[in-house]
Design a protein around this ligand. Structure first.
Ligand code: ARG
Length: 411
């Protein structure tokens, strides 16, 4: 029996010809696996049946479509939200979160079909190859990973010719101007005119954030232990909640990012993203933490968050440090329960209110009015001792260098 390879299949040109290329160059049987992580979240849903048929027409012995939307939302987007994850302080890790979901399914399918390798369609210049391969090595070190697009050396024209030669049907979409990757957490747009970082992204790159709403509105997000559970009082699963926030916030044209990003492989790239739901939920979640987390915990967590984002960006979803940080973040969220009011108007989304039954905001302590419960007399001694160290330093070490006579330290 020929060896088997499980290919991460998207239905596009590259993965379609990869089916035949693997058969020809490795003499293997190909099992195509397409994973639905919420692509086309702008609601013109992918035609999964057509994608499956295309894989079979390209030569795959079997083609499977796996609905991983709920898993993507619960096991990948939610931990990212708890970690307030934004790579380089901006990018909410859209593609970096979907690759480990896909890897999980590739490995499971490889086991089910007795395959000896998995394959993906990434080139050698991006982060996604790193995520596929490092992820696979973590879950199944015995599986080989094959990356046809890294070795075949085909231009786009060559690929189209290759497809024609083998009668591989292609999707009938118009000439693709951009490289798009999309899931529930957002959409990444690369290539074409935006490869020049000076060029403004043309309006046609955006689909999730096309402004249609004009009347300002408010959306209330409810959280339980850091997890968003409701929108305007309506209880929703993570998958449906993310989709709903994408829809509402996106309709105000908010949630776009334009950045130069530092890839793991050493390349700076110009990236355009639209992540209305992710960015709005991150905004609301972090705001509720300000209300509910004790100061030291809040600050220490903020120090660890960029590390988590880097690990996940770099393909280390399945790794011990990332796992340990997850445990810390889950523990930190015990009291992150409450509601956040988001105000929406064209091009804007901001927090206008937050409340929690277990928030640390104490009106009696904070107020300047007559209901004040703060013990003012405690402040004087506290501040004096707080400043004692610097007062001593100043007297003994700074004053002499100014030529002043040394003075007694402190009180
Ligand atoms: N630069 C982003 C990342 O590494 C997005 C990559 C998405 N891929 C694409 N074909 N547009 O996570």
């Amino acid at each position: 029996m020929a060896q088997r390879v499980v290919l991460a299949y998207s239905g596009g040109l590259d993965t379609s010809i990869a089916v035949r290329w693997l058969m020809e160059n490795h003499g293997v049987e190909v099992i195509a696996v397409a994973v639905d992580v919420g692509q086309a979240a702008d609601s013109k849903n992918e035609d999964w049946d057509a994608i499956r048929k295309r894989a079979l027409a390209a030569g795959a012995i079997e083609a499977t479509v796996i609905d991983a939307r709920a898993e993507m939302a619960e096991d990948f987007c939610m931990p990212a939200l708890l970690a307030n994850a934004k790579y380089e302080g901006k990018y909410p890790l859209v593609s970096a979160l979907s690759r480990p979901v896909i890897v999980r399914h590739l490995v499971a399918e490889a086991r089910r079909h007795g395959a000896s390798a998995v394959a993906h369609g990434c080139t050698g210049k991006g982060n996604d190859q790193v995520r596929f391969e490092v992820g696979t090595r973590a879950l199944a070190p015995d599986l080989e990973v094959i990356a046809p697009a890294r070795v075949w050396g085909l231009t786009r024209e060559d690929s189209i010719e290759y497809a024609a030669k083998w009668d591989i049907p292609l999707s009938v979409t118009k000439e693709k101007l951009y490289s798009i990757d999309e899931n529930l957490w957002g959409r990444a747009i690369e290539c074409g005119v935006i490869e020049d970082p000076w060029n403004q992204p043309p309006a046609d790159v955006y689909t999730m954030t096309r402004p249609t709403a004009v009347e300002p509105t408010e959306v209330v997000i409810g959280f339980e232990s850091g997890i968003p559970v409701s929108v305007d009082g309506r209880q929703l699963s993570p998958e449906l909640l993310i989709a709903e926030v994408n829809r509402v916030v996106g309709s105000y044209g908010w949630g776009r990012l334009d950045m130069v990003e530092s890839r793991r492989v050493g390349i700076k790239s110009r990236e355009t993203y639209e992540c209305p739901g992710a960015l709005a939920l991150l905004l609301a979640h972090a705001d509720l933490e300000d209300l509910t987390l004790e100061r030291d915990l809040l600050h220490e967590k903020a120090r660890l968050e960029p590390r988590w984002s880097e690990l996940v960006y770099d393909g280390l979803w399945f790794s011990p440090l990332k796992q340990a940080l997850d445990a810390f973040f889950v523990e930190s969220q015990r009291h992150v329960t409450g509601e956040v009011r988001l105000h929406l108007e064209p091009g804007q989304c901001f927090v206008v209110g937050r409340r929690s039954p277990i928030g640390l905001y104490d009106h009696g302590l904070a107020t300047y009015d007559a209901t004040d419960t703060f013990r003012h007399q405690d402040a004087e001694g506290f501040v004096r001792l707080w400043g004692l160290g610097v007062a001593t330093w100043s007297a003994k070490q700074v004053a002499p260098t100014r030529g002043d006579a040394p003075q007694g330290g402190g009180d």
